[in-house]
Design a protein around this ligand. Sequence first.
Ligand code: MTE
Ligand code: MO
Length: 384
Amino acid sequence: SDYSQEPPRHPSLQINSKVPFNAEPPRSALASSYVTPVDLFYKRNHGPIPVVDDIERYCVDICGLIGTPKKLYMRDVRMLPKYNVTATLQCAGNRRTAMSKTRKVRGVGWDVSAIGNAVWGGAKLADLLELIGIPKLTCSTQSGGKHVEFVSIDKCKVEENGGPYKASIPLSQATNPEADVLLAYEMNGEPLNRDHGYPLRVIVPGVIGARSVKWLDSINIIAEECQGFFMQKDYKMFPPSVDWDNINWSTRRPQMDFPVQSVICSLEDVQSIKPGKVTISGYAVSGGGRGIERVDVSIDGGKTWLEASRSQKTGVPYIADHVSSDKWAWVLFEVTVDIPYSTEIVAKAVDSAANVQPENVQDIWNLRGILNTSWHRVQVRVGH
Ligand code: MTE
Ligand code: MO
């Protein structure tokens, strides 16, 4: 079958869908390391994992509103300056299962681990575009190019009728070196593996994972935003009043930046503990390069709050100043509390723009079940 050449995967991954392969690590494994090991990094696919055998002949076609089309080989990508960018990738569907509990949504179910933080190594898209004649910080080319479309090798049976996965970002973001958009060939210092986009993928930091196209096949400079399924008929945020009988996809923009998020990873949804000291830890992250200003933890269901400590490098307190911190990466938080009786523990983060997570999932319910960033709540049952 199409799925006869899938790569081997770590046995501790929780499989949410076998074909296409969608899986996430146990939450307990997630916040134990700042950089997520490749094996445990969530895998989100819409078709079989492509096989790229002949790396010498593998190339990316660059076409569209540019003078002459170009072919970009791996040796050309490697010739561009190499950057290592630590960035958190989060699927817009992270925490979808919890949203579906209040009212059913459509999409693959995910617990809290459709997210990971990795060191992505590769060339900056801004450098590549400059090489083909589009200067840095360009919003529009002379021939009217305003967006950069990424097209994959893979085949999405359901959504694209067997066509490839695609997405686009604005040319202004693509040509901005500060936006750190990468053509990545390494993950955590090792060549990208097949699950994560071998040999070359896009990484768009601060943006929902859906725009970070894996297994790159072509780059198109286009006038209008990509018209593919995943841009126009999916990954858009609708209000709670819209359901499948009254949806008009064209009324909303494709989701790009993700909002502020935090999750407790050290406790399951319902966790039995002994009375006494408990360390509560997890991750917090915001989109668009906004740092995490604060993580509040409550041990009484949200009536009173404690501030958790935050770090990116072990033992070094985190400061969201864009100089000493990894601006595209999550922070890990931790607080130790005394829990004498059964209660609800809650986490909410505040980002550098003072955006805060919404209290209730009902208020942000949407039919596709994306961006569940409601306060993360876990129940602890204290027994003796
Ligand atoms: N790129 C291709 N070609 N095909 C895909 O199915 N899935 C997207 C994105 N890029 C996808 C893709 C989605 S929805 C997410 S969240 C991320 O890849 C997941 O990346 P990962 O599997 O490396 O974690
Ligand atoms: Mo995703």
